[in-house]
Structures are given as structure tokens and as C-alpha cells.
Design a protein around this ligand. Structure first.
Ligand code: ADE
Length: 223
């Protein structure tokens, strides 16, 4: 899978070169291209933002550098183009699966007060928010999208990890334990040490239900 990220702050994406994502890119399962929007501005001072028409606080990213950057990397519009913004559709696990099935996605990161609306109207397929709060820019949301989507690209992590995790069956995941068997008086539940796979499966299903009912009862409503 190919992922293009358009940003004014390419250095913010250093965390993508760690751990599972590093392995996925090193092995060629995912190709991540970070594109510096500033490289495409025609302004002689390399300016990419300006004050909003109509007044108001902050700066707005100009359409020209964004348009030229998108046209340079995805001229034929083969990528699904996503703009990260608090106004977008709320990101969820079904969207993760949907994006992972694409050959290519392009993530546009806004910064400051966002981007000129014409950049969205002309070039973007979908506006996506990672939650009901406002961040300083779309870079951290873009990393969240890349991380979540990468896990669903074939071969990046094991299929079992995806089957057992939170949201995979509409519920949250059961609690996990590892060594030691006792810590500060708290013991690992007996059933997990029993070797009885049927009982373990049953316990995990029950726990999954209990934790979902407590933390996210909304997830059970559709049952
Ligand atoms: N940019 C700023 N806040 C955001 C959010 N919550 N989701 C996506 N992009 C954003």
C-alpha cells in the first residue's frame, strides 16, 4: 500500500520510522511518502498561509501550494484523498478496514486555522476527524490514521491479533496478563493458568462483555 502525506511540518513524522511501522516500510509492505507542501509554493518568500478573508484569528493555508503538491504526486487521482480536520467524519475501525483495502491513500494535513475551503472542494474525497477535540494541526491525526490502517495491511501484524482485539467483534478486548503470576497481592485469574482452552475462551468472552457494558455501553446497543 502507498501512503502520501502532505504537510508543512515533515519532521513531525519521525515516529513513523519506529517499531511495527518501520518494519512494514523496510519490508516494502507499505510505502510512505512525506511531501513538504512548502516545496510547491510559487511565493518568492515560500509563504504558504495568509490571513482569512472576512477577518478572524490565525492564518489559513493557501490553495495554490496544496493544489500543486497534490497534482504533483497524484495527477490522475488514483489515491483516496483524505483531509484531516475536526469537522470531518469521525474515524472508526470500519473506516480503518476500508482505507486498508485501498491501493493508495493521500493524507492532507491542515495547520493553523485550516486550509482554504477550495482546496477541499476541488481535491479532497473525504474529510476525517479523529475525535471531538481540536489539535494544532492534522499531523498527529494523520499519524493515527497511518498507524491504524497499517495494522490491516496484509502481513504487517498477525491475523490473530486483529481477530481478538477491541472493536473486531463490536466489543472491547478482555484483560491481558503476563508474568509474574502475582504482583502486589493481585493474582492472575486462575482460569488463565488452567490450560483449559474452552474455559479460557468463555472467560474472555464474558470479560469482553462486562468491560464493554461498563466502558462503552453504546457499542452493545446494536446487538
Ligand atoms: N486537526 C485538528 N484537530 C483535528 C482532529 N480532531 N481530527 C483531525 N484533524 C484535526
Amino acid at each position: 500500500m502507498k501512503i502520501d502525506i502532505l504537510t508543512l511540518f515533515p519532521e513531525m513524522f519521525a515516529p513513523l520510522k519506529q517499531s511495527i511501522l518501520k518494519r512494514a516500510t523496510d519490508s516494502g509492505k507499505i510505502e510512505i511518502n512525506i511531501i513538504d507542501i512548502r516545496d510547491y509554493t510559487t511565493d518568492k518568500h515560500k509563504k504558504c498561509d495568509d490571513t482569512p478573508f472576512g477577518g478572524g484569528a490565525g492564518m489559513v493555508m493557501m490553495v495554490q501550494p496544496i493544489a500543486d503538491a497534490i497534482n504533483a504526486v497524484d495527477k490522475d487521482h488514483t489515491a483516496k484523498r483524505i483531509y484531516l480536520s475536526p469537522k470531518g467524519r469521525k474515524f472508526c475501525q470500519s473506516m480503518v478496514r476500508e482505507y486498508a483495502s485501498e491501493e493508495r491513500i493521500l493524507l492532507l494535513c491542515g495547520h493553523y486555522e485550516g486550509v482554504d475551503q477550495r482546496a477541499i472542494d476541488l481535491f479532497i474525497d473525504e474529510e476525517v476527524s479523529i475525535g471531538d477535540y481540536v489539535l494544532t494541526g492534522g499531523e498527529i491525526p494523520a499519524m493515527a490514521v497511518v498507524d491504524a490502517v497499517a495494522r490491516y495491511v496484509d502481513g504487517v501484524i498477525t491475523k490473530e491479533s486483529l481477530d481478538e482485539e477491541s472493536f473486531s467483534n463490536g466489543k472491547l478486548e478482555y484483560p491481558q496478563y503476563t508474568r509474574p503470576q502475582e504482583y502486589m497481592g493481585l493474582k492472575v485469574p486462575e482460569v488463565l493458568l488452567s490450560g483449559n482452552h474452552g474455559e479460557i475462551k468463555k472467560w474472555r468472552e464474558e470479560q469482553s462483555y462486562i468491560i464493554t457494558e461498563k466502558m462503552r455501553p453504546d457499542l452493545l446497543k446494536g446487538e
